[in-house]
Design a protein around this ligand. Structure first.
Ligand code: ZN
Length: 259
């Protein structure tokens, strides 16, 4: 009886189902949906999750609505497709040890070998220089670069007056948006200073950066966010996305540079 039932359960059908299922396993969101039939528009929205297919990019596009775009030299970052290839679970706070303009210039310089995604000024202005999709060389640690978004703040670590109200507020709104986009918890495990990156010899943002104040501002800004995601970014696509294999085969060493 048992043997009989085994032999009658048709194997061609099973094979079909396996192939169908495999074809659907192209991304985290699809996996979460499971083997259920996907609506046509959903497949349309997720076409770029197919391996080898990149999401469309437009020149000058920013991930944060309040940012102005100035491209960093492509020597200072690595093209990626986050959060599909690497999940993003961290924001790293930096201080430039120089002016806003000096940081923007340095990140445009291919010889600098390092850059952050964003630079925040003392007047609250924000320039985005590298897309969040891509891996910026800012932490001096390859794994941390791959999992984080880096934010520079104009000023010096030993000058508390450089960290203005406008800077804290603008940076907190930026970080709140990043946390919302990738499902990053607002806490000191996930929002860290460059000084906390393993292996770094950098001390930024230094002892005058007010973490309690900053995290409170991020929390408040996140609560105030509209439910829609800022332009240019996939909405809430990352929370269930699996972390991809860390090897990308490029073997670049510039990841060890930092800012
Ligand atoms: Zn730094």
């Amino acid at each position: 009886m048992e043997a009989n039932s085994r032999s009658t359960s048709g194997s061609p059908k099973d094979t079909d189902r396996r192939i169908g299922r495999r074809a659907l396993l192209v991304g985290g969101a699809v996996t979460a949906v499971g083997t259920a039939v996907l609506a046509r528009d959903e497949l349309g929205r997720l076409w770029w999750r197919v391996p080898g297919v990149e999401r469309p990019r437009e020149d000058g596009e920013v991930d944060y609505r309040g940012a102005r775009w100035v491209a960093a030299s492509d020597a200072n970052w690595r093209r990626a497709d986050r959060p599909e290839d690497y999940s993003i679970d961290m924001v790293i706070v930096h201080v430039t040890q120089g002016s806003f303009e000096g940081a923007v210039r340095a990140f445009q310089d291919p010889g600098h070998q390092a850059a952050a995604h964003y630079v925040v000024g003392q007047d609250g202005r924000i320039t985005q220089m590298i897309r969040e999709l891509d891996v910026a060389y800012h932490a001096g640690n390859r794994a941390y670069n791959e999992r984080s978004v880096g934010i520079e703040h104009a000023g010096f670590v030993d000058r508390p007056q450089d960290f203005t109200d406008a800077m804290y507020a603008a940076s907190a709104r930026l970080t709140a948006g990043i946390c919302a986009r990738y499902g990053i918890p607002v806490d000191r495990k996930h929002i860290i200073g460059h000084v906390e990156v393993p292996g770094t010899d950098h001390t930024d943002p230094g002892p005058h950066w007010d973490w309690d104040r900053y995290l409170e501002l991020v929390r408040r800004a996140k609560t105030a966010l509209p439910s829609e995601s800022p332009s240019g970014s996939p909405s809430g696509s990352s929370s269930g996305s699996p972390s991809a294999s860390p090897s990308d085969g490029t073997g670049r060493s510039a990841d060890s540079s930092s800012v």
